[in-house]
Design a protein. Structure first.
Length: 178
């Protein structure tokens, strides 16, 4: 990304990439995923009467999506937004790890049964109990919010994200979600 765009994204905290993969390719992946779930009814899906979310992680299209060169380039561009103060910090912002996540196919409907209400993913509140994680936001706690560097990964690396050892937290460094 050009430096001006990098600064704008860092300032606003959001970026949208368009046309990373052709519409035809996306539709082919979606078609294959739908066909897979139809042929393998045992994988279920939620809600049962109109499945839109499946606990599948390694289907062929999912692997192709995660390893597509243009998607990897977009994720790498996001990773380069982050900074670490200490070069010995054990995070590699230039290399991507394929992070498996289930897939959802949301249909344009007013389906009240499958609304994704406002929520926090597992660990979202518990991680605040960890003083190392809280240190990411010390500038805010000190009343100096304008000094906050939201893109500094230093304190995120050593934060304890699973204080209660429930195994529901990802320990993999993810530079982006989405």
């Amino acid at each position: 990304m050009p430096e001006g765009l990098i600064n704008l994204v860092r300032d606003r905290g959001c970026v949208i990439f368009r046309n990373v993969v052709s519409r035809e390719q996306v539709e082919a992946w979606e078609s294959e995923l739908k066909d897979y779930t139809r042929r393998h009814k045992a994988v279920g899906g939620f809600p049962a009467d109109n499945p839109q979310s499946w606990s599948l992680w390694w289907t062929r299209p999912q692997v192709q999506i995660r390893s597509h060169p243009r998607i990897l380039a977009a994720v790498t561009a996001i990773s380069k937004l982050w900074r670490v103060s200490d070069p010995t910090t054990p995070v590699d912002l230039a290399t991507q790890v394929a992070y498996p996540d289930r897939f959802r196919i949301r249909y344009p409907t007013n389906d009240a049964e499958f609304l994704l209400n406002a929520h926090m993913d597992s660990g979202s509140t518990r991680r605040w109990e960890d003083p190392v994680y809280r240190a990411n936001y010390q500038a805010i706690f000190d009343g100096e919010w304008e000094n906050l560097d939201s893109w500094n990964a230093d304190n995120r690396i050593d934060a304890q994200n699973d204080l209660y050892h429930r195994g529901r937290n990802c320990s993999c460094w993810r530079s982006m979600q989405g």
